[in-house]
Write a protein of this length. Structure first.
Lengths: 250, 241
């Protein structure tokens, strides 16, 4: 007994035990920590976003030659812009959970006493940030290379629609990526699963961007397209929230 | 193979209703004034499409059962229902294409929202099998397939709303939930045909379930009697086993 007590005392004086009792962070804080991790990882490696930007610019050049047009406007421009962004987002969606899967991040996360929804929030947040950064480069490049009418006055409408579309891409992309990363044919399953699910969001986004990019007059996209995309965002966010826990059980 | 009285009754009802539906289609329903005989494909095409959409949604509901209870039988049911819905759906698409060619002159038209929505739903559910196939661990395969089935089932109505909204309300609806503007004999034929196709779907589901259960039981017995190595993997099948 006497031999045990001093041992116990030295243990309780170890730095681990002198700090106040650690309580697990809340869902939102956990999500912020994970988001910070993902963004730091991307900043250090610069793998995904530069590849997406390059992909977009190359695709615009390809469209220039494929269509044999110097400038485009209206629905045609909207279609090319949204489809290119959609396909570029597939690059990020395919890679979103790869580090977690290959380097044991899933196990670490599951062992931590935190809410699992945090991972959904963090990954969707990371994807949203990637997409916004991508568009900061890709939209001016598009205006420079292909778009006929000037971008300036059309910017507010375009930004609103694209943000709502990005939200849909981020939510559905995270959900699809969480499924696809556990499959053998990961890079194949992601896009074939994601593209049909994204069609309704694409309808809203492409039509909204179409009215924003019309030659004249400059008009804000109709509320209908914004409403379709926003509603779709909302419903899919709830749906992904409801089923995401099942994708992490092991 | 022996069946209970319920299943036998169901099979009988399927045979009777299918025969009645075919008889009504060919001998009772009047010829369409504009389209003539070709219009009769409507009595096959529309019930097939309705039943397959209901099947997709039912597959999602059964998948909820799997996630809630964790029992594999729900996954098997969900798999069978979605599998048959896919077959019915592809048949409906082919029949619709023939009808479109005959009455509109094109194999495919983009300005009918129902048609476009149906294609998107079919494309989504067509990924169900590849998804199952590329996950090896059976437990995880069942869980992921269930999650996918639930989301895809919720996607069915969402997609129909979105596509409908994207095209405005300019197209007349031939068939609404209330029966639309079909004349009496046509509506009767249509309803009997719908009943026949639905019964056929349920019967086929029961048969496939029975076959899958038998195969699972047989494989378990072989494993017990001859050892693990005697039972080969299923090859090109992603069915629950």
């Amino acid at each position: 007994m006497t031999a045990v007590q001093p041992q116990g005392r030295t243990q309780s004086q170890s730095p681990m035990h002198r700090t106040p009792a650690l309580s697990p962070p809340g869902t939102f804080r956990t999500a912020l920590i994970l988001l910070g991790k993902d963004l730091r990882l991307e900043l250090r490696t610069l793998e995904t976003v530069p590849a997406m930007v390059l992909f977009c610019i190359t695709t615009f050049v390809i469209f220039h030659f494929a269509l044999n047009r110097a400038t485009i406007s209206g629905q045609l421009a909207a279609g090319i812009l949204t489809a290119t962004l959609l396909f570029a987002s597939m690059l990020a969606i395919n890679r979103l959970f790869v580090a977690e899967r290959e380097q044991g991040g899933f196990d670490g996360f599951l062992l931590a006493p935190v809410d699992r929804t945090a991972l959904l929030l963090a990954k969707a947040g990371a994807l949203l940030v990637f997409l916004v950064v991508l568009e900061v480069f890709a939209v001016p490049a598009f205006a420079l290379l292909l778009l006929g009418p000037p971008l300036g006055p059309r910017l507010p409408g375009l930004v609103t629609v694209l943000l709502l579309g990005d939200l849909a891409l981020a939510i559905i992309g995270t959900f699809v990526s969480a499924i696809a990363v556990q499959t053998r044919a990961r890079d194949l399953i992601g896009p074939i699963l994601g593209l049909p699910l994204l069609v309704p969001a694409l309808i809203g986004t492409a039509r909204g961007v179409g009215s924003a990019l019309a030659t004249h007059p400059v008009q804000f996209p109709a509320g209908r397209w914004l409403a379709i995309t926003a509603l779709y965002d909302l419903v899919f966010a709830l749906l992904a929230y409801a089923v995401f826990d099942f994708l992490l059980e092991d | 193979m022996s069946h209970g009285p319920t299943v036998r009754g169901l099979i009988l009802a399927t045979i009777v209703s299918t025969t009645a539906a075919l008889a009504l289609i060919f001998f009772y329903a009047p010829l369409d004034a504009n389209q003539g005989f070709v219009q009769k494909i409507f009595y096959i095409h529309v019930p097939l499409a309705i039943v397959s959409l209901c099947g997709f949604v039912a597959g999602g509901l059964l998948a909820i059962g799997h996630l809630r209870t964790g029992e594999r039988k729900w996954d098997l049911r969900s798999y069978v229902v979605i599998h048959l819905s896919l077959i019915f759906g592809i048949t409906a698409l082919l029949a619709g294409s023939i009808w479109a060619k005959a009455s509109w002159g094109h194999w495919w038209v983009w300005d009918d929202p129902t048609l476009v929505s149906f294609l998107i739903v079919l494309l989504l559910f067509a990924t169900y099998q590849p998804l199952r196939f590329s996950i090896e661990d059976p437990e995880r395969q069942a869980r992921y397939a269930s999650v996918f089935a639930i989301v895809a089932a919720a996607f069915v109505p969402l997609n129909f709303i979105a596509v409908r909204l994207s095209q405005g309300f300019v197209h007349p609806r031939v068939l609404t939930l209330g029966g639309g503007n079909l004349p009496g004999p046509m509506r009767l034929t249509f309803l009997i045909a719908l009943l026949a196709v639905a019964l056929l779907f349920v019967t086929l589901c029961l048969f496939e379930l029975q076959a899958k259960r038998t195969r699972i039981g047989l494989r378990r017995l072989r494993r017990e009697l001859l050892g693990e190595d005697a039972v080969r993997p299923l090859g090109r099948s992603a069915a629950p086993s």
